[in-house]
Design a binder for this molecule. Structure first.
Ligand code: UDP
Length: 458
């Protein structure tokens, strides 16, 4: 059977660059377009790191969950990440069909993400050496995550003759357009690097339609090469207690030592200005001014550790709580493994995410999957993750008074949390990682097919 090539933007660009010849070509009879093995690049942060602090967060979870599901669907994954300790073994088995390969590039410890562009050459060298030791065609495709990996991916994909699929996770121009007051903007080198990746990648995966539109608007991405794949949530791990949302909440609170009848607005994730945990604290202070008696039944857990520009003042949030006179109600806890995070989600009346920018916001899905509604800023992917007035409340802007008002609704009506929480659990069920992995395999297949179609038959 013969079939014509769909004319897509990636081809157009290469044709313009002179590396491809014009019209659509017949499909080669032996064309094999489903990948068997993918090299995944996660240069700046390892899938083995604990998320919720430093550079480890949603992207680490994304890479692990996606890789596991790809492997389960028959696509082997090798994840290349920078070695951050001399004691790390070169290769770690993460799951059946998923390997993590540690690449020596730059000093093991003490390198900030901002220092890593200087070590990308060394990383590329390490990647190339691993590739050179394999038989030809070992990797069918490269999938890079975040711009630092995208840079390495561009070079490797060209040398290996395989397609490059890239997921941004966050974009400098988008972050810079909505910085928290006084936060450090992303550097011009990152903006330029991201533009090069967008121009070169065979396919770009965006987490939401909003992110796809941002890629097109800010980076002039070719719409034909952008595919929206919603991230998922591990529904085996994040689910309501078997006894139901309400009984599960009481049980989780007992395990965590929280009062059964308290209003518990939870913040979890990397603590940095972009995530706006300060807005939650300011809202709590305001709420307590308006309703002093609420103090007896208010607990505000903040689970996570400093990250990004938040590292400049790691105790900043504790100091703010003290200044606001609310240290007695705020409970600071270091990051915990996801198995333990389940209890924090189940125990909470509501998860609060006043973020300035969020490409998706996995914690929003995880909380909902556990039967907990979310108060979220109406930014980035959050309007996809949270259904306004169904599974949570979306707040336009970042004014603490608006968040105080939203919290007040949960204080006034304890049934609201249960009602929205039950709907939230139903909403989250449509975001399984299997769906995300299967859509990602489609993107890989299309990227490979495009390469096959574009090769002359003879
Ligand atoms: N997380 C965790 N332990 C913690 C806090 C957070 O494992 O104590 C995980 C959480 O389960 C989520 C990720 O960190 O999967 C944060 O992802 P999100 O997309 O919300 O934020 P990002 O880090 O990507 O900005």
């Amino acid at each position: 059977m013969s079939q014509y090539v769909p004319q897509a933007g990636g081809l157009r660009d290469r044709a313009e660059a002179g590396t491809l010849v014009g019209p659509p070509r017949l499909r080669h009879p032996s064309a094999r377009c489903r990948p068997r093995r993918v090299a995944m690049l996660s240069v700046h942060t390892s899938p083995l790191h604990q998320p919720g602090i430093g550079d480890a967060g949603g992207m680490n979870v994304y890479v692990v969950e996606l890789a596991r599901r790809l492997a389960a669907a028959g696509v082997e994954v090798e994840i290349f990440t920078r070695a951050t300790s001399a004691s790390l073994p070169p290769v770690v088995d993460l799951a059946p069909g998923v390997l993590v390969r540690h690449v020596d590039a730059g000093p093991y410890e003490g390198s900030a993400k901002e220092d890593l562009p200087a070590h990308l050459c060394a990383f590329t060298h390490g990647l190339m050496r691993t590739w050179a030791d394999r038989r030809p065609g070992h990797y069918d495709l490269l999938h890079s995550h975040y711009w630092l990996s995208g840079h390495v991916g561009r070079l490797a994909a060209e040398r290996w003759g395989v397609p490059l699929v890239h997921t941004m996770h966050t974009m400098a121009k988008v972050k810079n357009a909505s910085l928290a007051a006084g936060d450090r903007p992303e550097p011009a080198a990152r903006v330029a690097g991201e533009a090069q990746i967008v121009a070169d990648a065979d396919r770009l995966i965006a987490s939401t339609g909003t992110e796809a539109a941002e890629l097109i608007r800010h980076y002039d991405a070719d719409a034909a090469r952008v595919t929206v794949v919603h991230p998922g949530v591990n529904l085996d791990r994040f689910r309501p207690d078997a006894s139901g949302v309400e009984a599960g909440r009481t049980a989780a609170r007992a395990r965590l030592g929280l009062p059964p009848d308290a209003l518990v607005p939870l913040f979890t994730g990397r603590i940095q200005p972009l995530k706006a945990p300060d807005v939650l604290l300011l809202a709590v202070a305001r709420l307590l001014q308006e309703r002093p008696r609420l103090r007896e039944r208010l607990v505000v857990p903040v689970v996570g550790g400093p990250s990004g520009s938040g590292l400049a003042e790691p105790e900043g949030l504790q100091k703010l709580a003290a200044r606001l006179g609310i240290s007695d109600v705020v409970l600071f806890r270091p990051p915990v493994e996801q198995a333990q995070l389940v209890d924090w989600y189940r125990a909470a009346s509501v998860l609060v995410m006043p973020s300035y920018s969020e490409s998706f916001g996995l914690v929003a899905l995880e909380a909902q999957a556990c039967g907990t509604p979310v108060i979220a800023a109406e930014v980035g992917g959050l309007p996809v993750a949270v259904r306004n007035e169904v599974s949570g409340v979306l707040v336009p802007g970042h004014h603490p008074a608006d968040y105080a008002r939203a919290l007040g609704r949960f204080a006034d009506d304890p049934v609201l949390s249960i009602r929205l929480g039950e709907a939230a659990a139903r909403h989250a069920r449509s975001f399984g990682w299997e769906t995300a992995a299967s859509a990602t395999v489609d993107v890989y297949t299309r990227a490979m097919a495009q390469r096959q179609y574009s090769r002359p038959l003879f």
